[in-house]
Design a protein around this ligand. Sequence first.
Ligand code: NAD
Ligand code: UDP
Length: 349
Amino acid sequence: MNYLGKIRAQSSAEAIYRRRSSPQKTQKSKKIIVAGGAGFLGSHLCETLLQAGHQVVCLDNFSTGLRRNIAHLERFDTFKVIAHDIVQPFDLKVDEIYNLACPASPPHYQLDPIHTTKTCVLGSLNLLELASRTGARILQASTSEVYGDPNVHPQIESYWGNVNPFGPRSCYDEGKRCAETLFFDFHKKLQVEVKVVRIFNTYGPRMRPDDGRVVSNFIVQALTGQDITIYGDGSQTRSFCFVDDLVEGFLRMMASPPSLTGPVNLGNPGEFTIGELAEQVIGMTGSRSKIIHHPLPTDDPRQRRPDISLATQELGWRPHVDLAQGLVQTIDHFGRLLARPTRELAEAM
Ligand code: NAD
Ligand code: UDP
């Protein structure tokens, strides 16, 4: 078996092990809202919660989420999809709420920045009020972007960050910071059981080909023979977490004692330059694409790596899938997607 084959076999064996050993399987069935459940991360979370025997209500406005991400879940009679924008209030008695609703890719969240801020702030407010009314526990998908272009490296939860309040990324960064403020004030003033996780760059199957984030861009470009677009000189760094690892972190955080509110970093501490990522994708796909450089976007963070001591200590969590293993599964996903006839592919996007 060649190098790629070995990694592929190891990756799928580990993925099956992790799914089977999900910590929630022995718990009693709960009714759970996943806001943003049709998105990349949300669809994996819905799937895992349904497999663990819970009832799941997916709330989504389908701005970046896709029907096809959740189509295979419709066979569960414990799964319900409601088209809803969380900027508007929502009412339903549930046990838990995961708030993942928000576009996450820079080109997507910058498309309608006012609506992105509304989603982060008004959307969080509406879901927190629902949690307060119903006694539900609520988890917020916050982000490493709250650290902005960080002056402290690796980033630890106690670092306050270095964020531009009016640049092109601000709608997202400041929106998510304000959402954290709301979460902790609802906890302090109204005793809502909150959980805040700060997610670092996460990738995997079900990312959209037109998502615009670096992993999906490089893989799609490599598989279709287009130029690989590095923004800037490629020396900026990111840490890439595979989706299965992150979902495990979500579950552990939600199941943690009420005293653990967070914020807790969830990410893979392996740190790579964007240039290294491009070389790795080219090597793994055997692509003949060439690397070209585009200008670095305004306020693009120079470096990013999570300090995950808190998650390891409090949740017993650490990622298991390294970049090469995760890329195999992600390349497989895009390979299958791009092999579809053009019309079918357009409908699927
Ligand atoms: P995504 O764009 O694939 O998913 C977001 C989902 O939210 C989509 O289904 C979208 O249609 C839905 N949505 C957006 N605005 C909404 C609104 N106003 N009302 C209802 N639904 C709405 O992105 P993702 O990568 O799956 O990210 C999910 C969450 O995790 C986001 O909140 C994001 O900020 C956070 N996060 C992700 C990453 C990452 O690397 N993937 C990193 C940090 C934080
Ligand atoms: N990037 C790149 N080429 C692309 C897309 C992104 O070089 O085609 C860079 C981007 O400038 C950033 C890094 O890759 O430095 C990660 O970008 P992404 O949008 O995935 O996530 P974020 O910037 O939000 O961490």
